[in-house]
Design a protein around this ligand. Structure first.
Ligand SMILES: Cc1cc2nc3c(=O)[nH]c(=O)nc-3n(C[C@H](O)[C@H](O)[C@H](O)COP(=O)(O)O)c2cc1C
Length: 257
């Protein structure tokens, strides 16, 4: 069974195509994560977890979710991550996680997709031509990854370098602890009070006051609110003003999502 979380659609797209190719079910974890639903998930076939990369790791809320949910049936677990180009030592983090949850780790594959991290000043948004190129390169890779999974072989995870193992974990820890404040999030007068931002927040962190969204303290900076706003009304401090938002819907047909 393919399980996924996706903020701006990249991981959803890869997960759906993979599930089609493998001929297996595909489950969006958003509602389960939002509602702290840790009820068991059963699959007789290997689990394939699809996740975006957040600072060289899978999102902390997804790690926490997998520590609490019961995966029942098949003990093999694959990971498929989508990144903006650098997944760092993610293999180190997910292989550790699979040990904690007593699953048999079958390796991971990385798909380089457009970056959705529009609130960052450090990473420029992927330009539209490059977005199309990355998506089409990923399309070419899907069948090979699906074939490996179908045949029960291990995915060839990229090696983790020693310096990455030593330097990246403290960065990931600090970012999760101090780097995900929601303080900068607000809406401009373009807000149409549709409530979409609140519905797509995996941490259920956006409430409505006087018909407008208000962000609480529990934010993961996943970009779901800003990427899915139909009016481009969600802003982060001043960094997003006038910046193009990313959502894969701008590039692929809805029936593939
Ligand atoms: C908070 C955050 C941190 C990110 N960190 C990285 C990173 O370390 N390396 C990278 O290549 N891409 C990074 N990205 C880009 C995403 O991994 C990439 O765009 C991903 O495909 C988004 O998937 P989604 O649309 O399914 O949410 C980051 C994105 C966010 C929101």
């Amino acid at each position: 069974m393919v399980l996924f979380y996706s903020a701006s659609g990249n991981t959803r797209y890869i997960a759906k195509q993979l599930a089609n190719n493998i001929g297996d079910e595909c489950l969006d974890l958003l509602q389960r994560i939002r509602t702290n639903d840790f009820s068991e998930i059963r699959s007789e076939r290997p689990f394939v977890i699809c996740s975006p990369i957040h600072v060289s790791n899978i999102p902390l809320f997804l790690t926490e979710y997998f520590k609490r949910v019961k995966l029942v049936g098949n003990r093999q677990i694959y990971f498929v991550v989508t990144s903006g180009g650098y997944a760092g030592p993610v293999d180190y983090f997910i292989s550790k996680l699979t040990k904690v949850i007593s699953m048999d780790y079958m390796g991971h594959a990385e798909f380089i997709m457009p970056s959705n991290h529009v609130i960052s000043n450090s990473y420029p948004a992927t330009d539209p031509d490059d977005c199309r190129k990355r998506i089409s390169e990923s399309d070419k890779k899907i069948s090979a990854v699906a074939e490996t999974i179908k045949n029960g072989r291990k995915l060839n995870s990229p090696a983790v370098k020693l310096w990455e193992k030593m330097l990246v974990p403290p960065i990931v820890y600090s970012w999760n602890k101090f780097g995900t404040s929601a303080k900068g999030f607000h809406t401009s007068d373009k807000c149409v009070s549709c409530g979409k931002c609140s519905k797509v927040c995996p941490l259920n962190n956006i409430r409505t006051e006087n018909k407008h969204p208000v962000w609480g303290k529990n934010c993961a900076h996943c970009m779901a609110c800003i990427s899915n706003c139909p009016a481009d009304a969600v802003e982060y401090a001043k960094t997003t003003q006038g910046k193009e938002r990313y959502n894969i819907k701008k590039y692929v047909n809805n029936e593939l999502l």
